[in-house]
Design a protein around this ligand. Structure first.
Ligand code: CP
Length: 334
């Protein structure tokens, strides 16, 4: 329950103030204290899911998704609505000046006039930074090619901490083993999540990465340096089932966006209700799922992937609250 996480973190709102009007493009930007306070605020929202506020009344979100999305776009929009704001949504870049060759910098300059925050998903990993250069309102990277998806990673870690709030206690006696089925060098969700794990190395006993193809490079150079510097105990494997009996968290994903389409990796791996999971292990998946995650797991206690998607609404509510200044009371000004 989110209240257990709420109780585990002492409130210190000062850490959240530094997020005001900031662009969010990478998991690297966060530090431990800011993350904990963000999770605390998300848990507060989640503990009262039916309570809507008006803190962003009079504010407009520009939701620009130039690549398909179910969860990220709709959970950001749901979060914004729950905060009382209005939304302009672009789901096809060909309906904008981009189709006539307009630069993202020029589009960004226009966005300054129309809204108070931008959420951008684009297959081109450079787009978010191109637009960022022209923006005076905050932009959130909602997935840029094979690079990053930081708010997905925030939602993933938030889920893990709701499951085991004691992981953040100063004398955590019980680090967990995490098994990631996927390719960190090509999967943006995995890349962003491992960056967050590097901020909390003490909670991880072992991080196992499983990929079927020995010829694929699991880590790029920057990732390798980052996990080494953080002191994460990482092991690389090419078979899944022998790893499952030791894993407390299994994070599985098969899709990587590359260019304008996606590729599936690790097609040989499947998780289902008969997989040799620990009895109390949880399974996470950023979704959308393919054959790697069987629906037979949906009705088991291993299914935390639906809670992961649900919690993302509250996590995004917390982040948006911190990024966007509370609306001035327009009527008072008039
Ligand atoms: N997890 C995630 O990014 O899902 P969508 O592609 O549906 O947004």
């Amino acid at each position: 329950h989110p209240k257990n996480l709420l109780r585990a973190i002492i409130e210190d709102g000062e850490h959240l103030e530094k997020l005001t009007n900031k662009h969010i493009f990478s998991s690297d930007q966060f530090d431990r204290d800011t993350l904990l306070q963000l999770f605390r605020l998300a848990a507060k929202y989640e503990a009262n899911p039916d309570r809507f506020s008006s803190s962003l009344q009079g504010k407009i979100l520009i939701s620009a998704f130039y690549e398909p999305s179910t969860r990220t776009r709709l959970s950001f929009e749901s979060a914004w609505h729950r905060l009382g704001g209005d939304i302009m949504s672009i789901t096809d870049r060909s309906t904008t000046g981009i189709a006539k060759g307009e630069s993202l910098a020029d589009v960004g300059e226009m966005f300054n006039n129309y809204g108070d925050c931008v959420v951008l998903r684009d297959s081109n990993e450079h787009s978010v930074r191109e637009m960022m250069g022209a923006l005076r309102i905050p932009i959130i990277n909602a997935g840029n090619g094979t690079d990053e998806h930081p708010t997905q990673a925030l939602a993933d870690l938030y889920t893990i901490l709701k499951w085991r709030p004691n992981l953040i206690s100063d004398d955590n006696p019980d680090p967990i083993n995490i098994c990631i089925v996927g390719l960190p060098s090509k999967m943006r969700t995995v890349r962003s999540l491992i960056k967050l794990f590097c901020i909390f190395p003490e909670m991880i006993g072992r991080l196992t990465i499983v990929n079927d193809n020995p010829d694929e490079q699991m880590f790029d150079e920057e990732q390798r340096e980052q996990v080494e510097e953080a002191g994460l105990n990482v092991v690389l494997r090419h078979e899944l089932d022998p790893e499952l009996p030791q894993a407390d968290v299994v994070y599985i994903n098969a899709i990587a966006w590359e260019g304008d389409s996606f590729n599936a990796y690790g097609k040989v791996f499947h998780l289902n209700a008969a997989s040799p999971l620990k009895s109390d292990a949880i399974v996470l998946h950023p979704l959308a799922r393919g054959e790697e995650l069987c629906t037979s797991l949906d009705d088991t206690s291993h299914n935390w992937y639906f809670a992961q998607a649900r919690g993302a609404v509250f996590l995004r509510q917390a982040l948006l609250t911190c990024l966007v200044r509370r609306a001035e009371r327009v009527l008072d000004i008039i």
